[in-house]
Design a protein around this ligand. Structure first.
Ligand code: GLV
Length: 322
């Protein structure tokens, strides 16, 4: 295509798809499924802007395939570990993400996972579907009473961590957090800031809300898991790479952890088959932000970022480049 176009790697939500044509830009739009790498590189060639999702790797190869017309890459996700920021900075390409618009939906789903694993909702559903004879009993499918003062330790107290804290407080949980940006001993909205190790040692439930960075890869490894309270639970709606899945499987098999709920996986979209054999785990296919309005808002924010940069204005939600 001769005129610089807007490349959209995946089908966006229906209402935002309808608005794309109003932009007055030549468009190349991918499909519902992620494009094969060769297709992606061919379709982005010559683009002035690209809207991608966390399934597209935006690296030097991608940026070079796009060429010098490319001004902006807008990720439809708050996380941007799929994007090589140094490579974008070196080429003068603005990178944007979608912070803010997905906090409540992600916190809702995190809390749904927390309740599902502690109160054995998915396990009970599986059981009910077997058709096996059952009758109510005092010891049947008993889980953790989170409202009886159980402690939730939130690792990473950004917008999503704070939204999860509000929900936990409303449920009567004691909430603590560890976050390198906060002073140990401070209290933020009734949430005590403590050392990461203390958080692991004192929480009935640990919920992860940190971005995936070199410093957070395998933050929850065998050593961290062994610090967690026997019989406690892990919830991860951040990125799969934050948890060492092999170590997690060991901790779940040994019974050291009572359970885990995961929305994201190390080898996503592949899910380690060993995880699927465990009873004490809830598995979700990376849907924590999948609220109907939220997904519209994420797509719309990505489009706004593109139109602003192409109009020579600052992006609304740029990612700081190195
Ligand atoms: C989803 O995982 C996101 O980063 O928005």
């Amino acid at each position: 295509m001769s005129l610089p176009h807007l490349y959209v790697a995946r089908t966006l939500t229906p209402s935002v798809m309808g608005e794309l044509t109003d932009l007055g830009l030549p468009l190349i739009v991918g499909e519902e499924a992620p494009p094969a790498r060769e297709r992606l590189l061919a379709d982005v060639a010559g683009a002035s802007a690209a809207i991608v999702t966390l399934t597209e790797r935006v690296d030097a190869e991608f940026l070079d395939a796009a060429g010098p017309a490319l001004k902006v890459v807008a990720n439809v996700a708050v996380g941007y570990d799929n994007i090589d920021l140094a490579a974008a900075a070196a080429r003068g390409v603005v990178v944007c993400n979608t912070p803010g618009v997905l906090d409540e939906a992600t916190a809702d789903h995190t809390f749904a996972m927390l309740l599902a694993i502690t109160r054995r909702v998915v396990e009970a559903d599986r059981f009910a579907r077997t058709g096996r004879p059952w009758i109510w009993g005092p010891n049947m499918l008993v889980g953790l009473d989170i409202s009886a003062g159980a402690t939730l330790g939130i690792v990473g107290f950004g917008r999503i961590g704070r939204a999860v804290a509000r929900r936990a407080q409303a449920f009567g949980m004691r909430v603590t957090t560890s976050d390198p940006g906060l002073r140990i001993g401070a209290s933020v909205n009734g949430v005590e800031v403590i050392e990461a190790d203390t958080l692991l040692e004192t929480s009935e439930v640990v919920s992860l809300h940190v971005p995936l960075l070199p410093s957070t890869r395998h933050l929850i490894d065998a050593a961290a898991l062994s610090r967690m309270k026997p019989g406690s639970y892990l919830v991860n709606a951040a990125r799969g790479g934050v948890v060492d899945e092999t170590a997690l499987i060991d901790a779940l098999r040994s019974g050291h952890l009572a359970g885990a709920a995961l929305d994201t996986f190390e080898g996503e979209p592949a899910i380690n088959p060993e995880l699927t054999t465990l009873e004490n785990i809830v598995l979700q296919p990376h849907i924590a932000s999948a609220g109907d309005r939220t997904r519209d808002n994420m797509c719309r924010l990505a489009v706004r970022n593109v139109t602003r940069v192409l109009a020579g204005e600052p992006a609304e939600t740029p990612v700081p480049l190195p």
